[in-house]
Design a protein around this ligand. Structure first.
Ligand code: FAD
Ligand code: NAP
Length: 339
């Protein structure tokens, strides 16, 4: 198949942090059948290849000396069977648009994941999650091109090895598997999840029915719009750090020193600490340095109002990680993929 990658292509408009960078080559595809030719193009020149969706979870630390494969494929097929609905969705489709289309058609399960930026194909990579629901709860399978095997493959949910903001695509299949489509199993019967305090409070305050998926989606959208910066106005990549997970012993030691610590129990006697609380407590909320900083409404969101280079962002991230380690003895991991 004939493809024509663009040489020396700017990436500044293709990542939500608005980091200026250049790719050696950029290829935008609207047909998954172009994927093998793109892989061959990169291989024949000895170049690395990265897949790009809408760039809402990446940091370009510098220029990308390889081929950027931008997924703009589209299309959805639907199979209804009783109260189950199977949707096979092309990787380049917009995630939030999918959520809203499903609600319109009475297909439920995605309501807590409304307004998450990005493409459908990127959603399994970090097992996107919000308000107590993760993609894995509705994912049936993932299809794509296995780079080393040179063949199309279908991966079951088990094979995706999902974890908290984690999957096989960040480990064994990192840079080895190009997701072309995602199949979701939704329901025509509602079963809402409203455990998160902010969600419950909003539904109650606005007299909305917590059992109605449309009401839950409306609440999620309103809460997110009130506390998260719109990347089009203030460049950002959502949460910059993952919530760290610690042992009960470490949690109890921290709780003694900080009685207002925000943490949630997990299985196996472990605790998830709210990274936003750690940053807030350490004084990073709303702080800016050289045009880069942390959002005043939500400390976990790094913002780049100065449209600075990735190196500036990474220098700040390193200082924050060191500071949090010194103050709390806790290691913070960066959530977006750094290139
Ligand atoms: P990109 O940023 O383009 O890519 C992310 C990674 O996935 C890269 O490593 C890329 O190579 C890989 N990738 C992308 N597409 C494919 C493919 N087809 N095949 C193989 N690999 C691929 N995330 C959450 O989990 N929950 C949230 O609530 C949430 N809220 C956010 C709010 C804001 C304001 C922002 C800016 C981000 C938020 N995010 C959240 C992060 C982000 O939206 C998700 O990670 C999203 O899935 C990224 O999609 P993308 O298309 O932009 O991926
Ligand atoms: P929040 O509601 O203020 O909560 C702060 C943190 O506490 C969250 O990180 C959340 O963990 C955790 N938490 C809250 N209630 C919980 C409960 N009942 N059980 C377990 N953990 C609980 O968070 P927020 O910043 O406004 O974000 C709301 C949701 O959107 C969160 O789920 C968050 O992950 C998601 N979000 C993600 C991104 C991203 O880029 N990844 C960006 C914005 C928002 P979890 O993060 O594990 O849910």
């Amino acid at each position: 198949m004939n493809i024509e990658p663009i040489p020396r292509a700017p990436l500044g408009d293709l990542n939500t942090l608005a980091v200026t960078a250049t790719a050696d080559y950029l290829l935008t595809i609207d047909d998954a059948a172009q994927i093998p030719a793109a892989v061959d193009f990169a291989r024949s020149r000895g170049l690395p290849l990265m897949v790009l969706g809408q760039g809402s979870n990446v940091v370009f630390g510098g220029d990308y000396a390889g081929l950027v494969l931008r997924m703009m494929t589209s299309g959805t097929t639907v199979k209804e069977s009783g109260s189950d609905v199977l949707l096979e969705v092309a990787a380049g489709e917009n995630w939030h648009q999918l959520v809203m289309n499903c609600l319109d058609r009475g297909y439920y399960g995605l309501e807590n994941l409304a307004l998450i930026p990005g493409t459908v194909g990127a959603a399994p990579v970090q097992n996107i999650g919000a308000y107590g629901v993760e993609l894995e709860s509705v994912l049936e399978s993932v299809s794509g091109w296995h780079i080393d095997r040179g063949e199309w493959q279908l991966l079951s949910r088990q094979q995706c090895e999902f974890g908290y903001r984690d999957s096989v695509f960040k480990h064994a299949l990192k840079d080895r598997f190009i997701i072309s489509a995602v199949t979701l199993r939704l329901r025509t019967e509602a079963d809402t999840h409203t455990d998160y305090q902010a969600l419950r409070d909003y539904l109650q305050a606005h007299a909305l029915d917590a059992a109605d998926p449309r009401a839950v989606a409306a609440a999620v959208i309103a809460i997110r719009q009130s506390k998260l910066p719109d990347p089009a106005a203030i460049p950002n990549a959502g949460s910059f750090f993952k919530n760290p997970v610690v042992s009960r012993q470490q949690y109890e030691q921290l709780l003694q020193r900080y009685p207002d610590l925000v943490a949630y129990p997990l299985a196996n006697d472990r605790f998830k600490l709210a990274a936003g609380w750690l940053l807030d407590r350490a004084g990073w909320k709303g702080k800016q340095r050289n045009g880069v900083g942390f959002f005043a409404e939500q400390a976990l969101v790094m913002i780049n109002p100065g449209h600075r280079a990735g190196a500036e962002l990474m220098a700040l991230a390193e200082d924050v990680r060191r500071d949090i380690q010194q103050q709390f003895g806790v290691e913070l991991d960066i959530e977006p993929r750094v290139y």
